[in-house]
Design a protein around this ligand. Structure first.
Ligand code: AMP
Ligand code: MG
Length: 331
């Protein structure tokens, strides 16, 4: 079965084509274009305009690269939510148009669930992980329990990526700031005390963000602050992930989202996994960041398990929760 997927929840418009062979996912093509605001944060309308300008070309190029004609597609999948309304609508509109013009079935999918399924589909031995999903807007710890992907812990305010980007913007780093903070942190020597906020299984970052900006204003070294931000936020993420693994008795942990590129975060989660005798997985970068292949893959899983979607029921959902998805494709 061959599926094309269109991703458009936030700053990335992506189109990917995958082939489903049993439970394994073969990525045939996976192209993305990222909207980068000239200054400040992401403007939803401008991001959507960016996506609208690129999506048709990406669809064409993605099919060419995959060596697949539109005729050979079995379904057209798209990111139905959660995300920014204008961006979601742009991707959904492109998917509906492609579905109607090619007469291939349409499938809207949950973006967060796609991050976990692409790990299971592309990594050998990754079968039933807890996902630590760390992106710009989202921060969630997700695991499969009693028929659903459930959120065991999440941010109470901003996503971890957003926290890094906001701090970076305040101190004059260029977007995306996560990679720059990672580099600066390597030269950090002194740990500066920062709020470590875990409430139950949930995390909050805004107090830490304010305190970090205060340190910068009071003249502390940027390297030390970056180091301290990473140590504190990543420790909190690792702690919640470990508690979820213990609670639902999982022996695997999977990273997903843009912040999963960070080597210090990987190190901490890997160490935690090793100490528990669990396996640690990170998908290839191209399927770990926001991308169309993961959307295509989840669409294929859903379609094969019998899910159908009519165009008139394909409305986007900005607040599409992970645990609203009926997981029909696994036990
Ligand atoms: P996503 O929303 O999943 O596309 O991820 C984008 C976010 O990942 C942005 O907030 C980036 O700052 C962040 N990011 C990317 N690379 C790194 C890195 N190496 N370390 C920390 N954050 C990163
Ligand atoms: Mg994402």
């Amino acid at each position: 079965m061959i599926s094309i997927g269109i991703e458009g929840t936030a700053h990335t418009i992506g189109v990917g084509i995958v082939k489903k062979k049993g439970q394994k996912c073969k990525v045939l093509s996976n192209l993305i274009k990222i909207y980068r605001p000239e200054k400040g944060g992401i403007h939803p309308r401008e991001a959507a305009n960016h996506h609208a300008n690129h999506v048709a070309d990406l669809i064409k190029e993605s099919a060419e690269e995959a060596g697949v004609s539109f005729d050979e597609l079995d379904i057209v999948s798209f990111s139905q939510g959660p995300g920014l309304g204008p961006c979601l609508r742009t991707a959904a509109t492109a998917a509906r148009a492609l579905s109607l013009s090619t007469k291939k079935p349409l499938m809207g999918v949950n973006h967060c669930v796609a991050h976990i399924e692409i790990g299971r589909g592309t990594i050998d031995n990754c079968k039933d992980p807890v996902l630590l999903y760390t992106s710009g807007a989202n921060t969630q710890v997700i695991g499969f329990a009693e028929g659903k992907y459930r959120v065991f812990g999440e941010t109470l305010d901003i996503g971890i990526g957003n926290c890094l980007d906001k701090f970076g913007r305040e101190v004059g780093l260029e977007f995306p700031c996560g990679p720059k903070i990672e580099k600066l942190a390597l030269d950090g020597k002194k740990y500066l005390d920062l709020p470590y906020t875990i409430k139950g299984m949930d995390i909050a970052f805004s107090g830490l963000l304010t305190a970090a900006i205060q340190y910068f204003k009071s003249g502390e070294s940027l390297e030390d602050i970056c180091y301290s931000i990473q140590e504190t936020t990543f420790a909190a993420l690792t702690e919640v992930t470990e508690r979820a693994m213990a609670h639902i008795e999982k022996k695997e942990v999977l990273l997903g989202g843009g912040v999963a590129s960070n080597m210090r975060l990987r190190d901490m989660v890997k160490t935690m996994a090793e100490e528990r005798g669990a396996s640690f997985f990170v998908p290839n970068r191209s399927v770990c960041i926001d991308n169309g292949a993961m959307i295509a893959w989840l669409g294929a899983l859903m379609y094969e398990s019998g899910v159908r979607m009519k165009v008139e029921n394909s409305i986007i959902d900005q607040r599409f929760r992970t645990d609203m998805v009926d997981v029909t494709w696994r036990e």
